[in-house]
Design a protein around this ligand. Structure first.
Ligand SMILES: Cc1cc2nc3c(=O)[nH]c(=O)nc-3n(C[C@H](O)[C@H](O)[C@H](O)COP(=O)(O)OP(=O)(O)OC[C@H]3O[C@@H](n4cnc5c(N)ncnc54)[C@H](O)[C@@H]3O)c2cc1C
Length: 437
């Protein structure tokens, strides 16, 4: 057992053995999956949903083959260890794009299905699972279930958003969307207060496929909730027809864990202030490549090390639409606690239902914030939990390291039905935590 495999937040840590599945035709050898197994993609989940302390991680990255690509109709079939980055390199030059993408392209297809990830277009597209029309689920007894919305549909619904617990997805069929060039027509609007964010969301959502805002979570008083609203669409023929993969991908790395004093209230407040004022004009429009628009953080390898050795936590909640006061209350609680976050993102989600019975996305407002893992932040999370719980909201398992069993079970009342589909040899640190097992 070792702690080589981590989640993105590097909190909590786990000691586990690992076994790599090499071919999609291979079965899961019972002697290797002990006492329990859990698939592991690229470990881009923040908390323990991809960890299995005391058990085995089933490494999936060797399942990295494309099986077929119908370039006429945009249908891709690939193995589950293929990353979204690898998919983009294949499909963009041929005029296709991912139907839904999270804020990093370094996730696998298996991971994207298992957390039913969402992106900036949730209000018009729904989540990743809405575009996964078929996949194969390998169970530890050697059975292979072909899952679609009408065949083995209970396993289809349990596996999308099923956090890797129902078995191993070996391959999937994904419906892509067409593009005519590699650019995004982006509009960025600086807004002064939270009310403006809601007004912009309502006004711009019908015209833009992608919307999201960054918020200065340390601003208070009249400036509470100020930020930058970003809206975008895939550029059209009039913007040119270059489908070349963007070449400006210079990446840098964080070579060591930053010492804790670097991240303090002062440095975060300063960063947020500078970031908010980086755009002088209220409104700016530009054509940008999709990489810069969707994956601004992917250019810095290991940026999680900025948060130091103890790791980082993300708090991503979702509250029902009508509760804008709840978001105000959450931001005020964070601002009063003086526990700042560089990365505070807010988005109005849409009402396209997810196929997954345990999927996180629902209609409402989602807010995601990164914090260093430390005692004062755990205390802050407890306060935020009370607000989210009372508002009838929920937290996102893919980002979570702290949710109590009681909260999880009230946020996801389907959990007991879901549990019937869990592979008897599969488990995770997350699942044991939220079910008190
Ligand atoms: C910078 C950053 C930005 C992000 N932005 C977003 C965002 O905008 N929206 C969003 O929804 N998420 C976002 N995420 C979270 C990330 O998209 C998800 O956690 C994703 O599931 C990670 O995929 P992975 O391949 O790294 O899987 P891992 O983290 O390794 O595993 C995730 C889950 O998938 C399961 N799994 C992996 N492979 C398989 C398989 N073959 N079969 C069955 N189960 C499998 C694992 O058991 C685990 O439960 C972000 C993460 C980062 C670091």
């Amino acid at each position: 057992m070792n702690s080589q495999y981590k989640s993105w937040g590097r909190y909590p840590t786990a000691r586990q053995t690992s076994w790599s599945i090499l071919l999609r035709q291979d079965n899961l050898p019972p002697e290797k999956i002990t006492p329990s197994g859990l698939p592991y993609g690229l470990g881009r989940s923040y908390g323990d949903v991809c960890l299995n302390d005391g058990g085995t991680l089933i490494l999936t990255r060797a399942l990295n083959h494309f099986i077929s690509f119908d370039t006429e109709n945009g249908i891709l079939i690939c193995e589950a260890g293929v990353s979204l980055d690898e998919i983009l390199k294949l499909i963009v030059p041929q005029g296709w794009f991912l139907p839904v993408t999270p804020g990093t392209k370094f996730v696998t297809v298996g991971g994207a299905i298992a957390n039913d990830v969402h992106g900036k277009n949730h209000h018009v597209a729904g989540s990743f699972g809405c575009f996964v029309t078929q996949f194969e689920l390998l169970r530890s007894d050697g059975s292979r279930l072909l899952c679609t919305a009408t065949e083995n549909e209970d396993y289809y619904n349990a596996t999308i958003g099923g956090m890797g617990l129902t078995g191993l997805i070996t391959w999937a069929r994904i419906k892509l969307i067409p593009i005519v060039n590699n650019r995004i027509a982006q509009k960025t609007i600086k807004f002064k207060r939270l009310e403006d964010f809601f007004e912009l969301s309502n006004r711009l959502a019908p015209d833009y496929d992608y919307t999201v805002a960054w918020i200065d979570c340390l601003a208070s008083g009249k400036s509470l909730g100020r930020g930058l609203f970003m809206a975008g669409n895939h550029a059209t023929v009039k913007n040119g027809i270059s489908l070349a993969y963007p070449q400006n991908q210079k990446s840098s790395s964080i070579p060591f864990d930053f010492p804790e004093f670097v991240l303090n209230n002062f440095s975060i407040k300063l960063f947020n202030k500078l970031y908010y004022h980086k755009q002088r004009r209220r409104e700016k429009e530009k054509l940008t490549d999709f990489d810069s628009f969707f994956y601004p953080l992917d250019g810095i390898n290991d940026w999680n090390r900025i948060y130091g050795k103890r790791g980082l936590l993300q708090y991503q909640c979702l509250v029902p639409n009508h509760d804008t006061d709840v978001i105000r209350n959450i931001l005020k609680t964070i601002s009063d606690s003086r526990q700042g976050s560089f990365l505070a993102v807010i988005k109005v989600m849409g009402d396209i239902p997810s196929a997954g019975m345990m999927s996180f996305p629902q209609p409402g407002i989602t807010l995601a914030l990164d914090f260093p893992a430390k005692e004062s932040v755990f205390r802050l999370f407890k306060k935020l939990d009370v607000i989210v719980r009372e508002a009838g909201g929920r937290l996102y398992p893919a980002k979570d390291s702290c949710m109590s069993a009681g909260d999880f079970q009230s946020y996801y009342p389907e959990w007991e039905t879901f549990a019937k589909f869990i592979d008897p040899r599969f488990s995770s640190s997350f699942w044991r935590r939220v079910t008190n097992k």
